[in-house]
Design a protein around this ligand. Structure first.
Ligand SMILES: Cc1cc2nc3c(=O)[nH]c(=O)nc-3n(C[C@H](O)[C@H](O)[C@H](O)COP(=O)(O)OP(=O)(O)OC[C@H]3O[C@@H](n4cnc5c(N)ncnc54)[C@H](O)[C@@H]3O)c2cc1C
Length: 440
């Protein structure tokens, strides 16, 4: 016989764990179902940057108060305890394929002098964060089931039945917090209306022994392997685990070998040691139009186009659990009961910014030739103002280039043409052309 719950949460990532803690504190009878044996073990690539401190993001102005170990979400009005490692970074550097020319958001040398006050943001230990949230949830009486892969949901007259690992759970509401490849979203038919772009594969290496200039920054590098269909984009970001460890991310294993051994960046990696690697694949889809269907609410990545971010997923979990609490108190276990979450989600996500502004970073990295990129980044003699918001990158670069357009027109007109292609209504077509490449 299945046990009856007010709320069943699928997935104990940041979104599900935050929802479970909140629902538990509110006194809801809650089950938290997680596929991994240990929810705190990170098995999917994540740079673990605090997203973000440099401005509003998903309509929130979050920041970390290191003194009391609290992540603060002042617009939504809650905080999350975190007293693990927090390693600052001070600028965002975009490197051209020559390995030298770069465009920067933020003045590294000036900012690093100011410590916490000057940081762009910081990286932290997501596993420790999740561990804290899950422990708190269990402490409030939430039933945690680990090593349980949810594979079915059925809508009954006044409940939902969730199945997985030979067990059955019955609940009034379900939260689907099972990430970018959400089974809950698929089973409940949310994906039928979404545009499927392409798989987004990646491999993440934790590396020590690097010699990178101004290394306490986010690096997005670009290089061209001879005869390859598209350039290689790679990320290097400080790791929260050790002071001299960095998170290195590329699409494929072969790209790691090329960047670290043959590219113009190879000298950064001459003494590198790989401590461990994690591969992953996500399916890129447009966001849902509404994160509710038949008493199922989606939170975090399951509803968005990819990265709701750790902070965004926690905001969703917090808000969804409170909305469900009110619906149950008001005896309205239906869409109307949780309307507060639905309208909050729309305001904080699709209405706050168009997801394609984030995706535009892909054509920005892949569109230009080696020569064009070196020329383009070389135009920026001084750093641009600090920015850690990927939704703004292309717009800020285009704005900064506006006064230089007559010069670019004269010196490298192909760059002007390509800049004009960086518009959100052209992103779908661009990614469509790359589908075959990513699927291969
Ligand atoms: C390369 C990369 C870099 C990133 N860098 C950052 C960054 O720097 N900062 C940042 O904030 N975000 C970053 N993100 C995004 C971040 O990882 C996600 O947005 C965030 O983890 C979403 O949280 P979530 O709770 O929605 O989903 P997830 O963290 O994906 O959690 C989902 C949970 O559900 C479980 N699950 C899945 N399916 C089932 C099932 N069928 N049954 C039971 N359990 C299931 C999973 O095991 C997992 O524990 C990055 C993502 C990628 C891919």
């Amino acid at each position: 016989m299945s046990k009856r719950y007010d709320l069943i949460i699928v997935g104990a990532g940041p979104g599900g764990a935050m929802a479970a803690k909140t629902a538990g504190e509110n006194g809801l009878k809650t089950a938290l179902l997680e596929r991994k044996k240990d929810p705190a073990k990170i098995t999917r690539g994540c740079a673990m940057m605090f997203a973000i401190e440099s401005g509003y993001y998903f309509a929130e102005r979050m920041y970390y108060n290191r003194k009391n170990g609290k992540m603060i979400f002042p617009v939504n009005g809650f905080s999350v305890d975190y007293d693990g490692p927090a390693r600052n970074f001070y600028a965002w550097h975009f490197y051209a394929p020559d390995g030298k020319t770069r465009m920067a958001f933020g003045d590294y040398e000036e900012s690093i002098k100011q410590g916490d006050q000057g940081r762009l943001s910081f990286v932290y230990d997501k596993g420790k964060l999740i561990e804290g949230l899950v422990d708190d949830a269990v402490g409030t009486g939430v039933d945690l089931f680990t090593g349980l892969n949810v594979d079915g949901i059925e809508k009954r007259a006044d409940s939902l039945v969730v199945t997985g690992g030979g067990e059955t759970f019955e609940g009034t509401f379900v939260i689907g917090a099972d990430g970018i490849n959400s089974r809950v979203a698929e089973l409940m038919g949310f994906n039928k209306e979404r545009t499927y772009y392409c798989p987004a594969p990646g491999i993440t290496y934790y590396v020590t022994g690097l010699t990178i200039p101004q290394s306490e920054s986010i690096i997005l590098g670009n290089c061209f392997q001879p005869n390859a269909p598209v350039p290689i984009l790679f990320w290097v970001i400080p790791s929260p685990y050790e002071d001299d460890e960095y998170w290195f991310n590329v699409s494929k294993e072969e790209d790691f070998a090329y960047v670290t051994k043959e590219s113009n960046f190879a000298h950064w990696f001459a003494g590198a040691k790989v401590n461990r690697a994690i591969s992953y694949v996500g399916n890129l889809r447009s966001p849902v139009s509404e994160p509710y269907r038949d008493n199922v609410l989606l939170v975090g990545d399951s509803a968005w186009f990819g990265e709701a971010e750790i902070t965004g997923a926690m905001m969703c979990g917090w808000k969804a659990a409170h909305a469900i609490t009110v619906a149950l108190k008001d005896n309205k276990p239906d869409r109307e009961g949780v309307l507060d979450y639905i309208s909050w989600w729309k305001k904080s996500y699709p209405e706050f910014d168009d997801y394609r502004n984030f995706l535009m970073i892909v054509p920005f990295g892949l569109l230009f030739s080696e020569e064009e990129l070196t020329y383009l980044f070389g135009l920026f003699e001084k750093p641009l103002p600090p920015n850690h918001n990927p939704f703004l990158v292309v717009r800020l670069v285009k704005k900064a280039l506006e006064p230089m357009m007559p010069r670019i027109e004269k010196e490298m007109p192909s760059v002007v043409e390509k800049l004009q292609m960086l518009e959100i209504d052209k992103v779908d077509e661009f990614l469509g052309n790359f589908k075959t490449f990513f699927e291969s």
